[in-house]
Ligand binder design. Structure first.
Ligand code: NDP
Length: 332
């Protein structure tokens, strides 16, 4: 069994040396009620960066010297638990280990005949639910409005934009390469895209792309991109504060423009969002996401990295924008 542990808390951007691999040749045996799981796909997500710090947050930090965990798709290799059979595929918050024993609590079965297994970590998993619940519950979209999405080519953003189109919005995406901007328009149906890496004046570029102004801002990145968006909001605009990857690696509190005047003069709102607070909406969200997928109104991209040993690098690569859509590591 191989395990990845948090060796030390990253300073700034995470480095490979913040992680340690451990190998154990002991055979894993299970007792009554337990399962032996083989890891198949591991989700790497920007929010894990927060858990690597010891700052107080909405989830407890990882412990130094202990395994890191995230959402994982695993196969049941052996079962002494009546709720699961050998060969079942399950999803759960599991350790970064090639094999592990669990009691099966908080695991859900996933159906490999209905969708690719990796999709249960993305569009049919946490990031799909984040896109759906954030946009519908806080964004409160109305047909004809203009939506702008930052981190638009990522797992959450690419789904937000597509849902926006399904709901009759004009959708603008912000991302970091021309290739991603092209994908937003050709694959995901966005109306326009802005490459923040090659655009000097984001404030004007957004104004040009959104002649009617911005009604909804789905914010995945924070930082200067978000400041530029807020110059362009309309009366009663809604901002969904979903993520702030641009500042996750900051070691000091970043300075930013004061957004208050923009909110006041536009009677606009800005609301923090954590997907786990919307669990009561998940059944409806899953139903709609699945229907749209089956009807081909919704599609998705994945960047699949091969190999357990590449999990830390895949995680670090999120901060360099190496992924298109959901970043997933395929273990076996
Ligand atoms: P993504 O798939 O979007 O991957 C991260 C992307 O962020 C990269 O591909 C990169 O794309 C972009 N990025 C990295 N650094 C910067 C930067 N400095 N400025 C601007 N963009 C940057 O990740 P997810 O879709 O999984 O998550 C998106 C956001 O949503 C994250 O901030 C995450 O923490 C948050 N989130 C929040 C949840 C909640 O409940 N609140 C749940 C799930 C996710 P590019 O090439 O465009 O720079």
């Amino acid at each position: 069994t191989q395990t990845i542990i948090l060796k030390n808390r990253p300073e700034g951007k995470p480095k490979l040396s913040d992680f340690e691999f451990k190998k154990d040749d002991a055979e894993l045996n299970i007792d009554d009620g337990e399962l032996l799981l083989e890891t198949h796909y591991v989700s790497v997500d920007p929010y894990l960066r927060g858990r690597m710090s010891d700052a107080k947050s909405y989830v407890d930090p990882f412990e130094v010297g202990k395994p890191i965990h995230s959402l994982v798709i695993a196969k049941v290799a052996e079962s002494k638990n009546e709720n699961f059979s050998k060969g079942d595929y399950v999803r759960g918050m599991l350790d970064w280990k090639t094999k592990q024993v669990t009691k099966g609590e908080e695991l859900t079965k996933v159906d490999s005949s209905k969708a690719d297994l990796s999709a249960y970590l993305g569009i049919l998993g946490m990031t799909g639910l984040t896109a759906y619940c954030g946009l519908t519950e806080i964004g409160k979209p109305k047909e004809g409005e203009t939506l702008i999405v930052s981190g638009a080519a990522g797992a959450v953003g690419s789904v937000v934009g597509q849902i926006g189109k399904i709901l009759g919005l004009t959708v603008i995406g912000i991302a970091g390469t021309d290739e991603k901007i092209e994908m937003l328009k050709s694959k995901f149906g966005f109306d326009a895209g802005i490459n923040y890496e090659t655009t000097d004046d984001m404030k004007s570029a957004i104004a040009d792309a959104a002649p009617k102004g911005i009604d909804i801002y789905f914010d995945n990145v924070g930082g200067p991109i978000s400041d530029a968006v807020l110059f362009n909001i309309n009366k009663f605009a809604r901002t969904i504060n979903c993520g702030a990857i641009a500042v996750y690696n900051e070691t000091e509190t970043p300075e930013s423009i004061s957004v208050r005047p923009f909110l006041i003069k536009n009677s606009a709102s800005m609301q923090g969002f954590i997907v786990s607070n919307y669990e009561d909406k998940f059944p409806k969200a899953m139903k709609e996401l699945t229907t749209w997928l089956n009807e081909e109104k919704l599609t998705y991209s994945e960047t699949i990295v091969e190999g357990f040993e590449n999990i830390p690098q895949a995680f670090i690569d999120l901060f360099d924008g190496k992924n298109k859509g959901k970043m997933v590591v395929k273990v076996s």
